[in-house]
Design a protein around this ligand. Structure first.
Ligand code: PHE
Length: 347
């Protein structure tokens, strides 16, 4: 028996096998139970003992060598057959990219607009002291105006109840007015975007947490006329291309005097509205309240360490969620926080 010759022939056949199925066929032909190698083993019996001793071990090593060669070859042909089945001319699979949340989009848009008006972006803590959230904004304890903001108070040791150390989740971004003025001198103009919290029942237009944008501009001669310009400039840019009507109606906030509410009317604003369609005209062309504002109260300047005779300024607060609802015609504020992909994926 010429073991070497047999081996060469098998390897040659293996090399010529077209695919893994053909290789497997060959393997069975040679190494299978009734394969040729086994039948060679059977023939050994008929050989003289001396021959048998010589050829037996060689045949054995041929068998194991072939076993290794076959499994190797099978591995390779499996891989190449996968590569061969890839159609390089086929259109690529669509990769679905992530995207920004509508509130993030609106927040970014607002910042961009105000940066263009030379405002700076400032931030402040979400866990706030009673002092910054209320007292320093001219809302002392037991002042009826505190009821304007249902508050989440933090559980604390009962001993220390000074406003400076009593903690809450800020109910508005206005405390950052005080924090900023304590550390900076006018003139300046800032915006403060951030999360706020209200201890309220939720419905289509109320959430326990939402986003606000505070604005504060202080200088020697800052007036309501300046406010009007900035605010109208902002809304025109925010609702690109729409002709907006503005109205200013008297309002009340303890930290501004006089206080105003800004209401706007958008021509194309039909359909779903933030207040669930309960507006005055019940549908299109309704006036929407979008902002609270006013001239900074002298008391607030005093709390912040400014002399109110030297400075004046305006402040405003706007609900970012509400602006997003108006912009994208979203009927329910809770959708922003639902994590519902059917909603999120539309942006
Ligand atoms: N902080 C007020 C609120 O949350 C809004 C506001 C800010 C009003 C600044 C006037 C000036 O309701």
């Amino acid at each position: 028996m010429e073991i070497e010759k047999i081996k060469k022939e098998i390897v040659l056949e293996m090399d010529n096998a077209a695919d893994s199925a053909a290789v497997e066929k060959l393997r069975i032909k040679y190494l299978g139970r009734n394969g040729e190698i086994n039948s060679l083993f059977k023939k050994l019996k008929d050989l003289p003992v001396a021959e048998r001793r010589k050829i037996g071990p060689k045949l054995q090593s041929l068998k194991s060598e072939l076993g290794a060669l076959f499994s190797n070859r099978l591995e390779v042909s499996k891989k190449t057959s996968v590569a061969a089945s890839v159609d390089l001319t086929a259109p690529a699979k669509k990769v679905s990219k992530g995207h920004l949340h509508p509130l993030t989009l609106v927040d970014a848009e607002i910042r961009r607009i105000f940066l263009g008006l030379n405002f700076s972006v400032v931030e402040g803590p979400e866990v706030e002291s009673e002092y910054y959230n209320f007292d320093a904004l001219n809302v002392p304890a037991n002042h009826p105006a505190r009821e304007m903001w249902d508050t989440f108070w933090l559980k604390q040791e009962a001993r220390d109840k000074r406003p400076e150390t009593k903690l809450l989740l800020r109910t508005h971004t206005s405390p950052v007015q005080i924090r900023y003025m304590e550390k900076n001198n006018p003139p300046f103009q800032i915006i403060v975007p951030g999360k706020v919290f209200r201890y309220e029942a939720t419905d289509a237009s109320h959430e326990v947490n939402f986003y606000q944008l505070e604005g504060l501009m202080v200088g020697k001669n800052v007036s309501l006329a300046n406010f009007k310009f900035v605010v109208e400039e902002f809304f025109k840019k925010f609702f690109r291309g729409q002709k907006i009507e503005f109205r200013y109606r008297p309002g009340y906030f303890p930290f501004t005097e006089p206080s105003v509410e800004v209401i706007i009317k958008l021509p194309a604003h039909g359909g779903a509205l933030p207040d669930g369609g309960r507006g005055a005209s019940g549908g299109e062309n309704r006036w929407l309240e979008v902002m609270g504002a006013g001239m900074v109260h002298p008391k607030v300047f005093e709390y912040a360490g400014y002399n109110p005779r030297d400075w004046q300024g305006f402040a405003f607060g706007v609900g970012i969620d509400r602006l997003a609802m108006i912009k994208y015609k979203i009927p329910d504020i809770r959708m922003f926080y639902s994590g519902d992909l059917r909603f999120i994926k539309q942006f």
